[in-house]
Write a protein that binds this ligand. Structure first.
Ligand code: CNA
Length: 237
């Protein structure tokens, strides 16, 4: 594929690459995304997933929230795939400066990548809403009913729910990395979720590369577009 050769060349010649990814990076690890055909949004629930994963729903229907969350967001048994590992390799070679991710599954860190900016938080961190005591993911996923702290408070995952703001420091650093990058690889994201999708506007470098199995609204803005599964591309790099 001609585009893969171009991508290889761009990567070979750059030491300042930033990777901006979404749920599509982890589908080949077995974790469904939201908006693909097999994604969570195309399955039937009592409430729409956007509604369940909102702050209001969490506050008002905590039990239902946790029922969905424990069933659908438990990524503890999944492992990184070729894309996560190749990104680690690029970081170790000094080429990749950061992974900016919308994912909450911790798989980039599990693959060994050090600079991971998690725009939407992580299921691996959980805090008591009253005393802020930390709890790991297995405590939350294995809890019965609503996970509660030893102080009696409700535990909340450190995941950015709909209606909640992103963490200011993470966004600031992501913008800085994107602004400074020579190459921005945007991959496995539908780019439908704001404000995360707005971050790529800060890119001012040489090559904006878009990798997605499907067409996205941002395709026309990219210098190179690859409509292919990430695994098929990254195994070639
Ligand atoms: P999305 O809206 O579900 O889009 C995923 C995109 O990836 C789609 O456009 C797919 O076509 C594409 N895609 C899927 N698999 C592949 C593949 N193997 N190769 C190439 N492209 C692929 O997900 P976004 O990340 O854009 O939306 C942001 C949400 C999804 C964030 O809030 C995440 O927290 C949330 N999410 C995260 C996970 C996770 O952490 N693994 C899983 C599901 C949803």
């Amino acid at each position: 594929m001609e585009e893969i050769e171009k991508l290889k060349e761009i990567i070979k010649n750059s030491n300042n690459i930033v990777f901006f990814g979404g749920a599509g990076v982890s589908t080949e690890s077995g974790i469904p995304d939201f908006r693909s055909q097999d994604g969570l949004y195309n399955q039937k629930y009592k409430y729409a997933p956007e509604k369940i994963l909102s702050h209001t729903f969490f506050r008002k229907n905590t039990k239902d929230f946790y029922e969905f969350y424990k069933e659908k967001m438990n990524c503890l048994s999944f492992n990184p795939n070729i894309t996560h590992y190749k990104l680690t390799e690029l970081e170790n070679r000094g080429k990749l400066k950061a992974v900016v991710t919308q994912n909450i599954d911790g798989l980039h860190q599990k693959a060994g990548t050090k600079k991971v900016l998690e725009l939407h938080g992580s299921v691996l961190r959980n805090y008591c809403m009253d005393c802020h005591k930390f709890y790991d993911a297995s405590f939350v996923f294995n809890s019965e009913d609503i996970p509660k702290c030893s102080c009696g408070g409700i535990i909340k995952p450190d995941v950015v729910l709909y209606e909640e703001p992103l963490d200011g420091r993470t966004v600031k650093e992501a913008i800085e990395k994107i602004k400074e990058a020579e190459v921005l690889i945007v991959a496995g994201t539908s780019l439908k979720v704001s404000p995360a999708n707005g971050l790529i506007r800060y890119f001012n470098g040489k090559y904006l590369i878009l990798i997605n199995k499907e067409i996205t609204d941002f395709d026309t803005q990219a210098d190179l577009v690859l409509h292919e599964s990430l695994g098929n591309i990254f195994k070639e790099l």
